[in-house]
Design a protein around this ligand. Structure first.
Ligand code: CA
Length: 230
């Protein structure tokens, strides 16, 4: 799979380097620009998968860059996360006129930054029709939001559905409770929910998966995996 490219538009070298280091460490390709004008030109020439855009930039500021991107049908679908120093700007940044997809306020932790990026990328992908995920007797038709077991529909709550989808997509890899919390409940909510909640939902999901339930394996003190083989 092609790597996800993130364009970082930030004039402060230290912050840019720090962001770059953390993104590369997480497997992203990183492009950099130090001014709004240059950033905008690059996006038009070579569109990235996501833009991390500083608000205060020399010349054309982040707000003008974001507006320009969102007003152009060729670039309006590219997700933009604004980096701001002032929380008062947030309403404006996320407002319809500017149209940023999310924001993060300085100073931020690498973990917070990565969580925001993942959430925004995921939201973008949700609009695309995805292939069906299947494993054994189980099939998840994500475009139609339907789960079937041996061809019969399984009634899942939205959290159970998201959990199952995350586990199937991981194709046998172990997902930690923390990862599942963030993935299913979202970054903001996950900070206030205990990991026990994940266990409870997995328990409910198992009951509904009947003969396939034993493939949803508990990895003690870590999390869960869905065994792709029978
Ligand atoms: Ca700046």
């Amino acid at each position: 799979m092609a790597k996800t490219t993130i364009l970082v538009i930030e004039d402060e070298k230290n912050i840019r380097e720090l962001i770059k280091y953390n993104l590369q460490d997480d497997g992203y390709l990183v492009a950099e620009e130090t001014s709004g004008d240059a950033g905008l030109r690059r996006i038009q020439k070579d569109p990235p998968d996501l833009v991390l855009l500083d608000l205060m930039l020399p010349g054309m500021d982040g707000i003008s860059v974001c507006k320009a991107l969102k007003q152009n049908p060729k670039t309006s679908a590219i997700p933009v996360i604004m980096v701001t120093a002032k929380s008062e700007e947030i309403d404006k940044v996320l407002g319809l006129e500017i149209g940023a997809d999310d924001y993060i306020t300085k100073p931020f932790s690498p973990r917070e930054l990565l969580a925001r990026i993942k959430a925004v990328l995921r939201r973008g992908r949700e609009h695309l029709p995805e292939a069906k995920l299947s494993s054994g007797d189980l099939e998840v038709d994500d475009a139609r939001h339907i789960v079937t077991l041996k061809g019969k529909a399984v009634e899942l709550t939205s959290k159970e559905y998201d959990l199952l989808k995350a586990l199937l997509e991981a194709r046998g890899r172990v997902l930690s409770r923390e990862h599942l919390l963030e993935r299913v409940w979202g970054y903001d909510q996950s900070l206030h929910i205990e990991t026990r909640t994940v266990d409870m939902h997995v328990g409910q999901l198992r009951k509904k998966l009947k003969n396939e339930a034993e493939r949803l394996v508990t990895i003690k003190n870590v999390g869960y995996r869905f065994d792709p083989e029978n």
